[in-house]
Design a protein around this ligand. Structure first.
Ligand SMILES: *[C@@H]1O[C@H](CO)[C@@H](O)[C@H](O)[C@H]1NC(C)=O
Ligand SMILES: *[C@@H]1O[C@H](CO)[C@@H](O)[C@H](O)[C@H]1NC(C)=O
Ligand SMILES: *[C@@H]1O[C@H](CO)[C@@H](O)[C@H](O)[C@H]1NC(C)=O
Length: 413
């Protein structure tokens, strides 16, 4: 009894803290010049601040069947899904970004992430896992067919966790993006459980900030001893399942060209010149071949190449810097964060609503991970906060269809 009461109390206390933090952050990002078309935003913000019952916002109940509806027209789809269809500033127009998004499930999160990162001047390559169900492929295909600057990768891999196929998926998209007529400046990769925390304008400014202008961002360090087994021994991919060391053990030859292996995250922001280098240079090519039977080559390939003098935009002395992802790792509890308010899956936090203030405070480009089935309100609130920020930064008139809620404060759909 007592314990239960205590928990309830601390829960309410937490809600209070969350509400205050969100109000604080919202007030920090709001500008004094409020635009008339933004009427209603404040009301909507209260909705999240109360931390109470949050309804799903602005998406049809079943996104898949909505998108698949036979007579649905693209003009209706982009409007009803609240996509922004105008470039919001000259600064963003002059610095188009490319995105690689690899997905295999959770169509809802993908649609919400895409509408958060979508801008008409950018270009988006979507890699759908070849193992994904046919209906999933078809829904994504139909969605992307409504945009001239969003496309499915021309080759699709059966992606295995920690396998070479994961890296190959990115490379497939890079090949397609290099052929795109859009003059993108940097490419950023994402997975289906990411959500942006920076606006497109903030991404553009971050990419050009001191230290990153014309540089690749590949957070990582010299391969630690605990990771050596990944590249010392041969592995093989059990397609669609997992990656295992070969039995009996086969030691690999050292990496080609005397490369020193680095280890980092699989997420990056790369210059166009670097992507050309990856696709065409002999060192990059030989290193890719050598990486085919290693464990999780996506976590060493780009970061290693970014530490050699031949690579354009390299960061030879670089370490972990680069605010690519806000992630709560279980083993960082008490160090970089105060625990996961959602739950851990594979030692990574799936965010709950009370994690949102921490995410916002981190000021990373993206946050990972979200699930709609377990903690829908976390994504609802971050999504609203993000869209508000985007609209408040816009230098063009706001189209009412860009709001994620209706003016009379009722939930759309
Ligand atoms: C598209 O939207 C318009 C109103 O905005 C509506 O009249 C029309 O029936 C819609 N078309 C389809 C195919 O849903
Ligand atoms: C953007 O979408 C809105 C709503 O569908 C439409 O009225 C407007 O003409 C579109 N703007 C452009 C530039 O396509
Ligand atoms: C708000 O607008 C929606 C349509 O956008 C409508 O269905 C609903 O009845 C309105 N609610 C109120 C309280 O006016």
């Amino acid at each position: 009894m007592h314990q239960l009461g205590g928990r309830k109390c601390s829960f309410l206390f937490c809600l209070g803290v969350v509400a205050c933090s969100i109000i604080y952050w919202l007030s920090r990002t709001s500008t004094t010049s409020s635009k008339p078309t933004l009427a209603g935003i404040e009301k909507r913000e209260n909705y999240c601040q109360n931390g109470k019952q949050i309804n799903r916002l602005a998406l049809p109940k079943n996104v898949g069947s909505y998108i698949q509806s036979t007579n649905l027209q693209c003009s209706n789809l982009t409007k009803e899904l609240h996509f922004i269809n105008t470039t919001l500033s000259r600064e963003e127009e002059n610095y188009p970004l490319a995105f690689i998004v690899t997905i295999h499930k959770e169509l809802d999160i993908f649609v919400r992430m895409l509408r958060a990162i979508y801008m008409p001047q950018n270009v988006y390559c979507i890699h759908v896992d070849a193992k994904a169900p046919k209906e999933y492929h078809e829904a994504v295909q139909k969605l992307v067919s409504c945009f001239g600057n969003v496309f499915l990768s021309s080759r699709s891999e059966k992606v295995t966790y920690a396998g070479f196929s994961r890296l190959q998926a990115d490379l497939n998209c890079m090949t397609d993006l290099i052929a795109s007529p859009i003059a993108w400046r940097k490419v950023i990769n994402l997975c289906g459980q990411d959500f942006p925390t920076m606006s497109n304008l903030e991404l553009v400014q971050y990419m050009q900030s001191t230290g990153w202008r014309d540089k690749n961002m590949t957070p990582g360090v010299k391969q630690p001893a605990t990771m050596k087994h990944r590249t010392r021994f041969q592995h093989h991919e059990i397609v669609g399942s997992h990656v295992a060391p070969r039995v009996p053990r086969h030691t690999k030859p050292p990496p080609p060209h005397n490369l020193k292996i680095y280890f980092g995250t699989a997420y990056y922001a790369l210059t166009r010149d670097f992507v050309n280098f990856v696709l065409k240079n002999q060192i990059a090519h030989d290193f890719l071949e050598w990486s085919k039977d290693t464990f999780s080559p996506d976590e060493h390939y780009f970061v290693t190449l970014n530490h050699i003098k031949e690579a354009p935009g390299n960061h030879i002395d670089g370490g972990w810097e680069g605010a690519i992802r806000a992630i709560k790792w279980r083993d960082q509890e008490g160090k970089t964060h105060d625990g996961c308010k959602g739950h851990y899956v594979r030692d990574i936090c799936v965010y709950g609503i009370e994690d949102i203030p921490w995410i916002i405070e981190k000021k990373s480009m993206f946050a990972n991970k979200f699930e709609i089935n377990t903690f829908p309100e976390a994504l609802d609130c971050l999504e609203q906060w993000h869209r508000n920020k985007v609209l408040k930064q816009a230098t063009v008139p706001i189209n009412p269809s860009w709001l994620l809620w209706s003016h009379n404060n009722s939930i759309n759909f």
